[in-house]
Design a protein around this ligand. Structure first.
Ligand code: NJP
Length: 224
């Protein structure tokens, strides 16, 4: 059955790969990120019947609200929301880290994610839909001093709390926890890492389960 997916962080990496996989599977996608040109290119690639570009900064609550309304108006309903937008500053710990980076990571990975989830709920209750979040292997490990890793520990705990809130209402919640993925998240290529389409495959697997099944947490790691 064709579904409508609302994807944040859709301009590159895991989000863009998930949009491609979803459209390949016959679904429709609403694409959210700041890079309007990249979103428009992706809409051209996927086809205007299947995709809509909704450029916005997810830390802007009113802009995200407008994006949800525009997606619902265009496609009639929203069946799945993938709260995936995020960024990191890895390897610098707390002592060597940059305070402005701390704020940005907390704003995007934590605050904006909670906004996405709050705005998603009314739509997903109506569609008996599915809320997916991008967590991380970093929330299943200790990374010395890592603020980024700690933001993903938040996602891990929050996803469990959302599952407890929403399961009774017929809304499934899945926290997707990738290991290292070769995306623009890193400044240089990561040949031994997962590819974004590997993570997209995990998202599609969770999404494709029958209504009686929920996968609260899914881990996908590179072999090496
Ligand atoms: O990275 P990248 P990934 N408002 O840089 C968007 C997690 N993760 O696909 O706004 C709106 O290709 C940005 O769009 P733009 C990671 O923490 C990764 O790897 O146009 N959107 C872009 O579309 C993150 O949660 C790895 O710049 C904003 C997207 O976010 C998720 O995977 C491992 C935004 C980032 O795409 C996707 O990252 C892991 C804003 N304010 C978890 N700020 C890994 N790569 O190894 C950013 O465990 N975006």
């Amino acid at each position: 059955m064709s579904k409508v997916l609302f994807i944040t962080g859709a301009s590159s990496g895991i989000g863009a790969a998930t949009a491609r996989a979803a459209v390949d599977a016959g679904h429709k996608v609403a694409l959210v990120a700041r890079s309007e040109d990249k979103l428009n290119d992706l809409v051209t690639e996927l086809g205007e019947d299947h995709a809509i570009a909704l450029p916005c900064d997810v830390t802007d609550v009113s802009a995200q609200t407008t994006a949800f309304e525009a997606a619902a108006t265009r496609f009639g309903q929203i069946d799945a929301v993938f709260a995936n937008a995020g960024l990191g500053a890895t390897g610098k710990g707390t002592e060597g880290g940059d305070i402005d980076n701390f704020r940005t990571m907390i704003d995007v990975n934590i605050f904006a994610l909670t906004v996405t989830c709050k705005l998603a709920i009314a739509h997903l209750k109506q569609s008996k839909g599915h809320l997916l979040l991008t967590g991380s292997r970093a929330a299943h490990a200790t990374l010395p001093g890592s603020v980024y890793g700690a933001t993903k520990w938040f996602v891990r705990g929050y996803a469990e709390n959302l599952h407890a809130e929403l399961a009774e209402q017929g809304v499934r919640v899945t926290n997707i926890n990738p290991g290292m993925v070769d995306t623009p998240f890193f400044d240089e290529g990561k040949p031994d890492a997962l590819r974004p389409e590997d993570v997209a495959g995990a998202v599609m697997y969770a999404l494709g389960q029958p209504d009686r099944v929920v996968i609260p947490s899914l881990q996908i790691y590179p072999m090496r």
